[in-house]
Design a protein around this ligand. Structure first.
Ligand code: G3I
Length: 335
């Protein structure tokens, strides 16, 4: 099973989040990624907390190793994530910095990290999960409390200065289909675009379960209204968890959901990117965070293809056939 050549032929950036510390030690994990991804994103290695060992001191070893791995395999890269309320260095999250100091720290962090990989990262998740789950307001964070809502625009402007060619994304979860949070994300992007903020796309994380998959038509309509703002839309953290122990029926339903979402993305010209939050169940965040659920990814813990992987292959093969027939409308992975 090799999804990468199919994704390339379908003109889709398709891949997964990567545990930096694993592919260096595990040849079979590296092989799984190389066979199935033409794009990767670090699961944790480029987050503010994991990058900094102390105020002003960075440890880029994990991030650099992932960038080198991706470039060795001619994969594109997503950067994740510059500004998020979680996995922050303690002196940022609880350090009691005043607005001026926090603003300087935020600008310096973005310039340091985006500047280090300038020209090598295709898309950055600049701001992650800034909208509250109730969809009524922006999420409380040290950034909102100290800098006000403008921290979002500020982050995008500084990132754009640091790498003008990079595609800058806002990334969130639970806002994929219809609902108050999706509406609030849309309003946030409307405001940013209207203000001339350099934002180029929206990442829909798509962390879902069998029971809460949004209807494809609702996802499509939500994607289309974002695209009407001139934005790209990416599926950035796809996983579809099932109750454990997983049954064949659950895996069949999971495969159908993976296929339907991929068909939707391939049919919409502004959606060029789909990543799973891991490629194998062996390294999924889900079991630790959703007790009694797991097996959310296309390949199992032994790196064997599940029905979801076969469904993805089928959809990509069909899209590649259509692309070839249309003489390359999506015939080669977008650059
Ligand atoms: O690296 C330390 C290790 O040194 C320590 O021994 C260990 C003790 O538990 O913790 C390790 O850090 C963990 C880190 O993952 C790396 O494995 C953190 O505790 C753990 O909280 C962290 O979880 C990550 C989670 O974000 C944090 O909220 C998950 O791996 C990661 O998959 C998840 O990813 C997020 C996206 O960034 C944003 N969207 C939602 C998604 C799922 O929460």
């Amino acid at each position: 099973m090799a999804l990468r050549p199919l994704a390339d032929a379908a003109g889709l950036a398709f891949g997964a989040a990567v545990k930096s510390g694993r592919f260096a030690e595990e040849a079979d994990y590296a092989a799984l990624l190389a066979a199935n991804c033409n794009i990767v994103v670090p699961e944790n290695a480029m987050k503010w907390g994991p990058l900094m060992t102390g105020p002003g001191t960075y440890d880029f070893a994990g991030a650099d190793a992932l960038v080198a791995f991706a470039e060795r395999h001619a994969m594109r890269l997503r950067g994740h994530t510059l500004v998020w309320h979680r996995q922050l260095p303690p002196w940022i999250e609880k350090g009691g910095l005043d607005a001026a100091a926090l603003g300087r720290a935020l600008d310096a962090h973005i310039r340091t990290v985006v500047g280090r990989y300038r020209g090598r990262i295709w898309q950055w998740d600049v701001v992650n999960e800034a909208v509250a789950d109730n969809g009524k307001e922006l999420r409380d964070s040290v950034f909102l409390r100290r800098l006000g809502p403008d921290y979002i625009a500020r982050a995008f402007r500084v990132a754009h200065e640091a790498d003008p060619a990079c595609r800058l994304f806002y990334n969130d979860y639970g806002a994929e289909g219809a609902g108050p949070k999706a509406d609030r994300v849309y309003r946030l992007l409307q405001e940013l675009v209207a203000a001339g903020v350099p934002v180029h796309g929206v990442g829909m994380q798509m962390h879902r379960s069998l029971g809460d998959m949004p209807p494809p038509a609702a996802v499509r309509d939500n994607m289309r209204r974002l695209a009407a703002l001139g934005l790209e839309v990416a599926v950035t953290e796809l996983d579809i968890r099932v109750p454990l122990p997983a049954t064949a029926a659950a895996f069949a339903q999971q495969a159908a959901h993976y296929a339907a979402l991929l068909e939707l993305c391939l049919a919409e010209p502004y959606c060029k990117t789909v990543l799973c939050w891991g490629m194998s169940d062996r390294y999924s965040w889900v079991p630790k965070f959703f007790k009694g659920h797991g097996a959310a990814l296309p390949f199992d813990g032994a790196f064997g293809p599940k029905p979801a992987a076969h469904a993805i292959a089928r959809v990509l093969r069909e899209a590649a056939g259509h692309a070839a027939a249309e003489t390359g409308a999506k015939g080669a992975a977008p650059r």
